[in-house]
Structures are given as C-alpha cells and as structure tokens.
Design a protein around this ligand. Structure first.
Ligand code: MRU
Length: 361
C-alpha cells in the first residue's frame, strides 16, 4: 500500500494464479479473490473487482502470464490479449501493459514464454509502485508549498474518484503526495468527492484514507465548487485514465466540473499520472474512447443495512431511463500541471519531457 511493500492490490499466488483485493466488497469487507484463468481476469476487470488505470494494466499483465501458463502458442496469447483488451476501453494502461507483455513474449521460444510472462508482469507491478512513489515525492513539494503559505491550518486537498493505492499496485497516484505529506508530519486534510455513480470516493478513497489515518471528509459530488468559493480547498489532485499529447486529461466523470470550478476560483488543479497513462499518439482528448456503463449503476445503489446486510436498492422510479458515461475530458487549459514521475510538468511541456517514450513505441 503506502510503503510500497506492506500490502498490494495484486500479487502472485503461486500455481499460475494471482490474488487481488476484491474492490466490489469494500468498504464493508476487505476480501481477496483468486484469479486462475484468463476468464477470471477478464471478469475481474470488467466488473471492477480491480479498477483504476494502473491496476487495470498490472492485472492484464498478470492475465497474460496466466494465459502463457495455459498455452504459450502465439495464437493463444493473441486471443488472451484481445479478450483482455476488450474489457474496458478508456484506461490506456490496459493496452500499454498487454502490448508490453505480448511484445516481450512473441520473439521467445514457446517453452520460455510462461516464465518470461510472469517476470514481465512482476516488473509492471514493481515499476508501478516505484513510479507512484516518485509521483508522491514530486507532489509532496506542492503540499509543502501550500503549507508554507498557510502554516496555521491543514492543507486542504480535494480529490475525485479513487486514484489511491487501490487504483494502482501501491501508493496511488493522486494520493501518493498526500500519504507522503502525512508521513512527513504536514497537516493535510482531504475532501473526498463521493463520485457517483459507482461511489469510488465514498467506498474506496475514504476507506483507504481512514486506514492510513489521514484526516478526510466525504462530500457530495456537487459540494466542491461551494468549498472552493469559500477558500476551503488549497489544491485539487486527481488521477487520470488517459492523457493526450496536448495535456487534455481523461478521468472519472465529474472531473471536468471540478476543474472548471477550480479555474473559476483560482484553485490549482493538478493531475497525477505515471507515464504508462500517457497516450502521446492521441493529439487531443477528443479521441479518447469514453466508456458507457450500465444504466443500472445510476438507478440502483448498493449499501449496508442497519442489520449488516449488503443490499442494492433502486433509487428511481421503475421506468426512469438513465445514461452512464463513466469518464470525461478536462481540457489542458484547466490543468495547472501534471504530477509525474519526472516532476511537475505543465501540460504544454508533455511532449518535451516524455516525447522520447513516443519515439520508442
Ligand atoms: O472506473 P474506475 O474506477 O476504473 O476509474 C478510476 C479513475 O477514474 C481514476 O481516477 C484513474 O484510473 C486514475 S487511478 C490512479
């Protein structure tokens, strides 16, 4: 989790399987689940037992290792790649990880592929932890600066969705600077957007901040603008599922509205991302595929009853139609800077700082 080792969201379980924290049971129970087949992995990503761009990528990489154990032929690996790629469209880390593992395996003799696939998946996971720790170090400077400006009160950070350690293999992206600040003794308080309709803020971010002992307050999605107008937000930090070459940022639905409110109120709006979330082949955010999820995620809501049962209840009339676009794009002009493993990067400098990655791909 936050020290990079103590607890991860995914880990090899031996015998050709991986274990995950099943995020569909949080915050009411922290359960693990074994994934032993490509079908298990595809299901876990599609129904969001694992979610968050970096974790989706790492899980898919392990899915390729599971596939290589079962059948290391080129045809079988390509089929596994395609099946996993079809699970969720928006986070580019999925395609990035699948391509990385497939390109590593294809030149090898079939007998060497399974071993190489597990090693590559482990490398994807380990690198994710290291990238996020570096993001934390760079983001910490922003929180330190905010604290220096107002030393008499906690630094108030607003975040949207869950870009915490649960969304990654460890540390989180948006939360890494917060965890580092908390560990450094800087008083920090997080406004946690509930993040309808799946409520990743309410059920995941609030849970992990509570576990880490970081002061936080859950707010309804519509409250952020009000708090910004009243000077109660020092900075916003969110994650991203895909960031285009011009610095347009695609993230969980509702991020755009927070960025607009931040812009209007002079609140800095930062987006934390590891380089595998960059899609430099996309000139702008307009071309990001936006996932449309089931209407039932809007019209029904899960929760725990007073007697301890977890149930899902309908919150609308039976016939109410609903739309559920799961992500939106925040234009680069509303993004103060990107917090990356290479430092704090203004959107227009993305190509300058990361262009070599594009050339290499
Ligand atoms: O639908 P989800 O829960 O996978 O969406 C997650 C987000 O939007 C996160 O903010 C994003 O993946 C960044 S995670 C470090």
């Amino acid at each position: 989790m936050t020290d990079g080792n103590a607890r991860r969201t995914i880990w090899p379980a031996g015998n050709g399987a991986v274990d995950i924290i099943d995020q569909t049971t949080l915050p009411h129970a922290c359960a693990t689940r074994r994934l032993a087949t490509v079908a298990d992995v595809a299901e876990a990503i599609a129904v969001m037992r694992v979610r968050g761009a970096p974790l989706i990528g790492a899980t898919a990489a392990y899915g390729m290792a599971i596939a290589a154990d079962a059948d290391p032929s080129e045809a079988a690996l390509k089929a596994a790649h395609d099946r996993l790629l079809a699970t969720r469209p928006t986070a580019v880390n999925l395609a990035w990880a699948l391509t990385r593992v497939l390109e590593r395996l294809t030149p090898l003799p079939a007998a060497e592929r399974a071993g190489a696939a597990w090693a590559e998946a482990d490398a994807v996971a380990d690198e994710d932890v290291a990238l996020n720790a570096a993001i934390g170090d760079h983001g910490l400077t922003l929180i330190e600066a905010a604290h220096a400006r107002n030393p008499d009160r906690p630094v108030n950070v607003l975040t949207h969705c869950n870009a915490g350690w649960l969304a990654t293999v460890g540390w989180g992206t948006a939360t890494a600077p917060v965890y580092k600040a908390h560990a450094a003794g800087i008083p920090v308080h997080v406004w946690v957007d509930e993040t309808r309709p799946r409520n990743q803020g309410a059920s995941l971010t609030a849970w992990e901040l509570a576990e880490a002992g970081v002061p936080h307050t859950l707010i309804a999605d519509n409250a952020g603008g009000h708090l910004m107008r009243r000077g109660q937000v020092d900075l916003c930090i969110t994650g991203t599922d895909r960031t285009a070459a011009n610095g347009d940022v695609c993230n969980k639905i509702g991020t755009y509205l927070k960025a607009l409110a931040a812009h209007d109120n002079g609140v800095p709006f930062y987006v934390a991302l590891p380089s595998p979330t960059l899609d430099l082949a996309l000139p702008s955010g307009d071309a990001v595929p936006i996932e449309e999820r089931a209407a039932e995620e809007v019209t029904w809501i899960p929760g725990r009853t007073a007697d301890g049962r977890v149930e899902t209840v309908r919150i609308t009339g039976a016939g109410t139609p609903a739309a559920n676009p799961a992500f939106d794009v925040t234009p680069a002009r509303l993004v103060t800077a990107l917090v990356t493993e290479r430092g704090i990067v203004e959107p227009h400098r993305l190509r300058e700082v990361f262009g070599a990655l594009e050339a290499a791909s």
